[in-house]
Design a protein around this ligand. Sequence first.
Ligand code: SAM
Length: 125
Amino acid sequence: MGMEWYDRIALRNGGYQSNAVFTVEGLSAETVFEERLIRMLPAFGSVLDAGCGHGEFTLNMSRYAKKLTGFDNSAELLRIARSLHQEAGAPGQVEFVYATTKTELPFSDNAFDLIYDRRGPDVHH
Ligand SMILES: C[S@@+](CC[C@H](N)C(=O)[O-])C[C@H]1O[C@@H](n2cnc3c(N)ncnc32)[C@H](O)[C@@H]1O
């Protein structure tokens, strides 16, 4: 079987990112998402980032969360996430876990108080 698409993007672009230049008119949905999430995070004990990619956003959000776990099914993106985490000197309490929504997730019931999904896997699997 060939390498997964997200693994190839990670190897080619060094993460889930590209050099594309976007022009956004007005407030982007991602900005709204981020601002709302930042306001919510301090109120929750344990938070899950579904489809965390290369972890840049997860690590940024970890400044506002007590405990944050990111999971993803791209081994390459997770490898980058863990190395960014080390470089960042671990702000907050963060963990990156390999997991796919296509099988049972390796977390116990009620392990999280909040789950967010920023451009991550949809629920139709
Ligand atoms: C569009 S990227 C977004 C990454 C990150 N959340 C961000 O905002 O930069 C989608 C991510 O979801 C992951 N993903 C897609 N399907 C998945 C699945 N079924 N289980 C776990 N992760 C998945 C991909 O590997 C990828 O990292």
